[in-house]
Write a protein that binds this ligand. Structure first.
Ligand code: AMP
Ligand code: MG
Length: 325
């Protein structure tokens, strides 16, 4: 077993070059992005992409997002974008927006789970961009965690995958902390497949047409859209801000939005943003859930946040984390 210091490498020219070489040769590397840490592989190499599914224990029906460093790489994955889609990439790339567009035949089926479309994003994290450039190919990179579990926002959160990867590149804590917004164009209509930092409202403003929320479509479910996902080991229970639940098992913990409580039944409380900033709350969400879950509490109570701006994406993740069959 490799030690933590052997596998986590500060982002230097040398570590980025080595990571690029390893990726080009078919290995997996954990990379930082502005959203969450990703488990990356050469997106044009089906064997390398298959290793992602094996390491994450991810079902093969869940397609992967391909990450590119520049528009030239886009041409390896898809044809000419529609004028509307181009408007979105010009407005939000590099950044936390994933587009779903028709795929070229060169994109392996394993990447798209057999679909005729491919999901693509150009991240803004400079280390991520440098690794993609060093690899010289688009990188498939889902979150670097076991399937269905909490997303990683720091390199240490990805250590459970260390036996499957060449290296973990440390790019610091993720600034956004929540997965990308996913948008798909179907017959000229734009469907939001996953909420994220870039809101439906921002997309509507860029396009001048209404965006259709996922629920109103009949697209097949992919796991990011399944009711249960993003789950800590302990049970998550959502409560209103400031509410005191009538029954709190001993050694329960609280993830509060703005304030801790004076007299509290909770063994530990983490406050997401004392200023009430939803952006700060998003950036700390998974990290705080990791910290609380590590205490093996009886339950993690989590205060809901306003469903506006990135709050829509926060509540989307929290509802899935709290969902039990
Ligand atoms: P992640 O788990 O963050 O890597 O995001 C992958 C998610 O992107 C999947 O679970 C799907 O929801 C979505 N996705 C990827 N490719 C496609 C596609 N071709 N069509 C629709 N959704 C896709
Ligand atoms: Mg994920």
């Amino acid at each position: 077993m490799k030690s933590k210091t052997d596998i986590i490498h500060p982002a230097t020219e040398q570590s980025i070059r080595n990571a690029g070489l390893a990726l080009a040769n078919g290995s997996l590397v954990v990379i930082p992005t502005e959203t969450v840490y990703g488990l990356a592989a050469n997106a044009l190499n089906p064997t390398a992409a298959t290793a992602i599914f094996e390491a994450k224990q991810r079902p093969f029906f869940d397609p992967l997002i391909c990450h590119i460093s520049d528009y030239e790489m886009l041409n390896l994955l898809t044809g000419t974008l529609s004028a509307q889609m181009r408007r979105l990439t010009e407005a939000f790339w590099p950044g936390p927006l994933t587009i779903v567009v028709p795929k070229l035949t060169e994109v392996p089926e394993i990447i798209t789970a057999g679909l005729t479309t491919v999901a693509i994003r150009m991240p803004s994290h400079p280390v991520c961009t440098a690794v993609i450039k060093a690899a010289g190919v688009p990188l498939a990179a889902p979150s670097a965690n076991l399937f269905g579990k909490l997303s990683p926002t720091r390199p240490e959160h990805t250590l459970e995958l260390s036996s499957s990867v060449h290296s973990i590149i440390d790019g610091g804590p993720c600034t956004i902390g929540i997965e990308s917004t996913i948008i798909r164009e179907i017959d000229g209509r734009f469907v939001l497949l996953r909420p994220g930092k870039i809101t439906a409202h921002q997309i509507e403003s860029a396009l001048n047409i209404p965006v259709i929320p996922t629920e109103e479509t009949e697209l097949p479910d992919a796991p990011g859209q399944l009711p249960s996902h993003y789950s800590p080991n302990s049970q998550v229970i959502l409560i209103d801000e400031g509410a005191t639940p009538s029954l709190v098992a001993e050694h329960s913990v609280l993830l509060a939005f703005r304030r801790s409580r004076k007299e509290s039944p909770f063994a530990k409380t983490i406050v997401l943003s004392s200023q009430g900033s939803l952006t700060e709350a998003a950036s700390k969400l998974f990290e705080s859930l990791h910290t609380l879950d590590a205490l093996s509490p009886s339950a993690i109570f989590v205060e809901t946040v306003p469903e506006e701006g990135i709050g829509v994406a926060i509540m989307n993740r929290l509802k899935k984390a709290a969902f039990r069959e």
